[in-house]
Write a protein that binds this ligand. Structure first.
Ligand code: PLP
Length: 363
C-alpha cells in the first residue's frame, strides 16, 4: 500500500523496521527506548545523535539552537508571539489555511500580552492559489518578526524564494511543518523555523524549533516556563520529560536521510516526483490543479476530478488498488496526494497509472 496521508504521514519502511527490531531492547540497554530514563547515558546518546544529524542535514549555524518540543505546530502559533513579540508588532503573510490559523492565534495572544499583529498580505481573496509576491509584502523594518507558512499543506502552496523574505531585514519566522527536510536551504534567511514532526520528521507529539540565539531572552514576563524558548534551550529541551520515543524515531529518520544522500538528493527525488504528477494532471483534462505553477507544492498535490460526483468512486477504487488516504482536506474538498520524503517515485507512478485508468473508465 502507498500511503498519501498529509499527516501523520508515511515513514521510511527501513526506519519502522529498525524501530520494530529495537522495540524490546535498544542496543543492549536492557530495555526499549520508551522505557529508559531521559537523563540516562543511552537516551542522551540518542538525543545528541539526533540533534547532530539534524544539524548536519540542515547545515544549522552554530548560533542557532535546536529545540525538541511538544504541543505541535499549533502551539507554536501562540508560543511565537509569547517569545518574540516583546510588546512590539509583528507582520503575518496569509497564503492558506495554516497561516490564517497562525495569525488568528497571534492576535489572541497579542491582545492578552500586549503588542500588535499586522497583516502583511493575504491571498485569500484570490482563493489561496499562490504564495505572496515579494512586492506585496511591505514592512517598516521595526517589526519584531515576519511570519510565513512556507508550505501550505491544505492548499498545496509552497514558497521557493526564501532570500526575498529575508530581504525585508526583519527576522523571518516560518512554519515549515510540511516541507522541512525536503530540500536544502540557508537557515540564515530565518530567525526561527518550526515544524510539527508528523510529516517529514517522525511521529506526532514532537515539534522541532530551530531559533537564532539572539532572539532568545525577550519572552513575555508571564510566560510559562515550558513555553519559554530560552528556558528550553538552557535545559537542552529537557526542562521536563521530553517526547523520548518521538525523538528516537526522528533520529532514525535523520540518519535515513543522510544515507539517502542528504537534502540535495531528497530535493532531486522530490522534484522528480512532483513534476511527474503535475505534468500528468496538466496533460489530462479529467484532472485539474488550480495553483499557480510557480507556487505548486512539491509535498502536497491537491487535485480535482472533472466532476465532484465521482470523488467517492475514485477514493474507493484507489483504496482497493492500494493507494490510501487521497481524500482532500474537508475545507477544500477534492483529492490531495501528499508525497513527502518517504514516498518513493514508484508510489507516484502507481498513482498516475491508477488515475489514468480511472479517467479512461469514467471520462
Ligand atoms: N502548520 C502546518 C503547515 C500543518 O500542515 C499543520 C498540520 O497539519 C499544522 C501547522 C498543525 O500542526 P499540529 O497538528 O502539529 O499542531
Amino acid at each position: 500500500v502507498f500511503n498519501f496521508s498529509a499527516g501523520p504521514a508515511a515513514l521510511p519502511e527501513s526506519v519502522l523496521r529498525q524501530a520494530a527490531d529495537e522495540m524490546l531492547e535498544w542496543n543492549g540497554a536492557g530495555c526499549g527506548v520508551m522505557e529508559m530514563s531521559h537523563r540516562g547515558a543511552a537516551f542522551t546518546s540518542i538525543v545528541e545523535a539526533a540533534e547532530q544529524d539534524l544539524r548536519d542535514l540542515l547545515a544549522v549555524p552554530k548560533d542557532y539552537r535546536v529545540l525538541f518540543l511538544q504541543g505541535g505546530a499549533t502551539q507554536q502559533f501562540a508560543q511565537i508571539p509569547m517569545n518574540l513579540l516583546d510588546g512590539g508588532k509583528a507582520s503575518y503573510v496569509v497564503t492558506g489555511a495554516w497561516s490564517r490559523k497562525a495569525v488568528k492565534e497571534a492576535e489572541r495572544m497579542a491582545s492578552a500580552i500586549g503588542g500588535r499583529i499586522e497583516l502583511a498580505v493575504s491571498t485569500e481573496a484570490h482563493g489561496f492559489r499562490r504564495f505572496a509576491a515579494a512586492d506585496e509584502i511591505s514592512l517598516r523594518g521595526d517589526e519584531a518578526y515576519l511570519h510565513v507558512c512556507t508550505n501550505e499543506t491544505i492548499h498545496g502552496i509552497e514558497c521557493f524564494d526564501f532570500p526575498a523574505l529575508a530581504a525585508h531585514g526583519v527576522p523571518v519566522v516560518a512554519d515549515m511543518s510540511s516541507h522541512i527536510l525536503s530540500r536544502p536551504f540557508d537557515l540564515r534567511d530565518f530567525g526561527l523555523i518550526y515544524a510539527g514532526a508528523q510529516k517529514n520528521i517522525g511521529p506526532s507529539g514532537l515539534t522541532v524549533v530551530i531559533v537564532r540565539e539572539s532572539l532568545l531572552g525577550r519572552a513575555w514576563a508571564g510566560i510559562p516556563q515550558m513555553l519559554d524558548y530560552k528556558v528550553m534551550a538552557d535545559n537542552g529541551s529537557m526542562l521536563n520529560t521530553p517526547p523520548t520515543y518521538g525523538i528516537y524515531i526522528a533520529g532514525l529518520v535523520f540518519r535515513w536521510l543522510k544515507e539517502q544522500g542528504g537534502l540535495a538528493a531528497m530535493e532531486a527525488r522530490n522534484k522528480a516526483k512532483a513534476s511527474a504528477l503535475y505534468d500528468f494532471i496538466d496533460g489530462n483534462d479529467f484532472y485539474r490543479n488550480e495553483i499557480d505553477p510557480a507556487s505548486r507544492s512539491r509535498m502536497n498535490v491537491p487535485f480535482r476530478l472533472r466532476e465532484d460526483s465521482l470523488d467517492k468512486a475514485f477514493l474507493a477504487d484507489a483504496e482497493a488498488a492500494g493507494l490510501a488516504q487521497l481524500k482532500g482536506h474537508k475545507s477544500v474538498g477534492g483529492m490531495r496526494a501528499s508525497i513527502y520524503n518517504a514516498m518513493p517515485l514508484e508510489g507516484v507512478q502507481a498513482l498516475m497509472q491508477y488515475m489514468d485508468d480511472f479517467a479512461r473508465r469514467h471520462g
